[in-house]
Design a protein around this ligand. Structure first.
Ligand SMILES: [Zn+2]
Length: 383
């Protein structure tokens, strides 16, 4: 018998009505505590032991670990509580009001990924009165869409521990065992401005940047030559030169120039090693052009993720869903949960095509099958 907790649609509508944008721009960034408090209330009511853990250095942000049952091993069902920023005027309905239309639930976070929580809780309700031999853990994290500070904090404190983890990002319930990493980096060149008629009066940051750009393109070509993984649609690591700002006037020596680029490494390529490679390759240009070159990470980066293609959880998920495990092009919290020693996959309802878009929705027909698959996983790994 289920204990009192709202039904799935009520839970979803309350989660959608609790805005929790996370963003590197301070004027957009919001606390995720209203979402954490809703989940904590429902789950403790259902008999879960709940622990709300503030994310150190990020006021107003917290993770939730809710545990049903005790024992070794166990299963984590994990989701992030935050959403991306939104443009309400581009939506056909209020993004913060759950709206049912055309057999879909519309609202900000319906598929990415507040919708996963009511579905996971619905699956858990079946097991409330059965003694679990291994724990079922519902994990709710902060700041996935911005810094991943929530998952980083969990990985650094070693919590939670379990044998298996499913991250319910929208994959149309296809099990995902691999994704690329993501880095966003900048190169700043400080030269010396002066009158353009005499180059010896300054140090031209744009001249130096020209060499930096060539070097980064050589680096990209070498990475493509040396690293290929055919499990990805784009088989090589990518390096995108994203934006450049510098100089002020045609008749001044350019005193300052700054470049930002994005690099998506394959599994097996370490973010730290890549940063060192870039710094080492660019260093000689400082002397050559008489400028200062500083490389900086715009955020800590997301490591790539790769589980064993035939891990226990991957095989179980393939059997339960009828889908072959795949790779995806987006980053997730999976590398951090894997760091905690768990056999980890990304698999959840809804489509990534609807994520980060106006009129985000979760189709009704995704819900019941997901509840059923999660119930089977709980039966297999917790009973
Ligand atoms: Zn997401």
């Amino acid at each position: 018998m289920s204990k009192k907790c709202p039904d799935l649609v009520t839970m979803l509508s309350q989660l959608i009505a609790s805005p929790s944008v996370s963003c590197t721009q301070a004027d957009w960034d919001q606390s995720n505590l209203p979402v954490i408090e809703l989940l904590e209330g429902w789950l403790s009511h259902l008999g879960f032991d709940t622990e709300v853990i503030p994310v150190e250095g990020h006021p107003g942000k917290a993770n939730l670990i809710a545990t049903l049952g005790k024992g070794p091993g166990g299963l984590v069902l994990s989701g992030h509580t935050d959403t991306v920023p939104f443009n309400a005027e581009r939506w056909q309905s209020d993004p913060l009001t759950l709206t049912e239309k055309d057999n879909r639930f519309y609202g900000l976070g319906t598929c990415d990924m507040k919708g996963f929580f009511p579905i996971a809780i619905e699956a858990a309700k079946k097991f409330l009165d059965q003694p679990l031999k291994q724990p079922l853990i519902i994990l709710a994290t902060a700041d996935e869409e911005s810094s991943m500070s929530g998952a980083r904090a969990l990985a650094s404190t070693g919590k939670p521990t379990a044998r298996y983890a499913v991250i319910g990002e929208p994959t149309g319930m296809k099990p995902i065992y691999m994704h690329k990493g993501m880095m966003m980096e900048s190169v700043r060149i400080e030269g010396k401005a002066g009158h353009s008629s005499d180059p010896s009066l300054g140090a031209n940051a744009l001249d130096a940047m020209h060499s930096v750009l060539s070097e980064l393109i050589s680096f990209r070509n070498e990475m493509k030559r040396d690293h290929q993984n055919s499990a990805f649609k784009i088989a090589e690591p990518t390096l995108n030169l994203g934006c450049i700002h510098g100089g002020d006037n045609p008749n001044r020596i350019c005193g300052h120039c700054e470049l930002e680029y994005d690099l998506r490494p394959l599994p097996g390529m370490s973010l730290d090693n890549l940063r060192e490679d870039v710094s080492r390759r660019l260093a000689p240009f400082a002397d050559q052009f008489g400028v200062a070159i500083t490389t900086k990470s715009l955020f800590p980066g997301i490591p790539s993720f790769a589980n064993q293609r035939d891990s226990e959880l991957v095989r179980t998920a393939e059997k339960l869903t009828g889908f072959q495990a795949e790779s995806v092009a987006f980053g997730t919290e999976a590398p951090f949960l894997q760091d905690l020693g768990m056999d980890t996959i990304v698999m959840g309802p809804g489509s990534i095509d609807q994520a980060h878009q106006p009129d985000e929705y979760l189709a009704f027909d995704q819900i019941k099958p997901t509840v059923a698959i999660l119930e089977k996983m709980i039966t297999q790994y917790c009973l």
